[in-house]
Design a protein around this ligand. Structure first.
Ligand SMILES: O=C(O)CCC(=O)C(=O)O
Ligand SMILES: [Mn+2]
Length: 207
């Protein structure tokens, strides 16, 4: 399932192409150096105005198990799971990350969902980033800082869904494009006993 796997994964320009048959994911395991990633993790934790949103499931209001912040150009209003998110203005820390991501992905992004998983108790359940405001076949670029977590995928439309998982490393970048959001769901499961935090930035383009 892998091509272009290089020996030295510390080279920031090297990537792995994960072939999921009908879709693919390009992974840069070391888009940001470890030392820089550790600094960015702490700066983001300290400087982002975090919110814990609530959603309604079967008539019950529950707080989602992670903190988040929606940031972007003023018109980039986004919603998922019944939430309506108005962006706060870009800050310099995040635009620095965005600039690197835009170069590697050869795409432009007008917004980013920043997620803070405080420990292994925080998670996100099965979903696809397939909201209409992202357009069809959106390119979504996902950066990870901090604790390594598993990113799991399963096919949406199959009676016997294929599954796939990969490790989200400190400083890694995933570029998800093509029909991935139409054909696959993804989740970040909880990890028992993990005390370390992780920050994820999923850069998106609201059309
Ligand atoms: O934290 C991650 O790596 C995934 C986050 C995600 O899928 C989302 O926010 O839509
Ligand atoms: Mn997602």
């Amino acid at each position: 399932m892998q091509a272009n796997l290089f020996d030295d994964s510390s080279n920031p320009d090297q990537f792995i192409q994960h072939d999921l048959g009908d879709s693919d994911i390009k992974e840069y395991p070391c888009a940001f150096a470890h030392s820089q990633s550790n600094i960015l993790l702490q700066q983001l934790i300290d400087s982002i105005p975090w919110h814990q949103e609530s959603i309604k499931i079967a008539g019950k209001v529950i707080q989602i198990p992670r903190l988040q912040c929606w940031m972007g150009d003023a018109q980039s209003v986004y919603g998922y799971s019944g939430m309506r998110l108005k962006p706060i203005a870009w800050n310099q820390l995040v635009t620095g990350i965005r600039d690197r991501v835009q170069i590697l992905s050869n795409s432009a992004f007008n917004s980013v969902l920043i997620n803070y998983y405080r420990s292994g108790d925080d998670s996100v359940a099965w979903h696809a980033d397939d909201e209409p405001e992202l357009g069809s076949n959106p390119v979504i670029a996902s950066v990870s800082f901090g604790a390594e977590r598993y990113f799991q995928l399963k096919q949406k439309h199959s009676a016997k869904p294929q599954k796939f998982q990969l490790k989200l490393r400190n400083g890694s970048l995933l570029i998800m494009g093509g029909s991935l959001q139409n054909n696959w769901l993804h989740q970040l499961p909880k990890v028992k006993g993990l005390a370390l935090p992780r920050i994820n930035l999923t850069f998106r383009n609201i059309v």
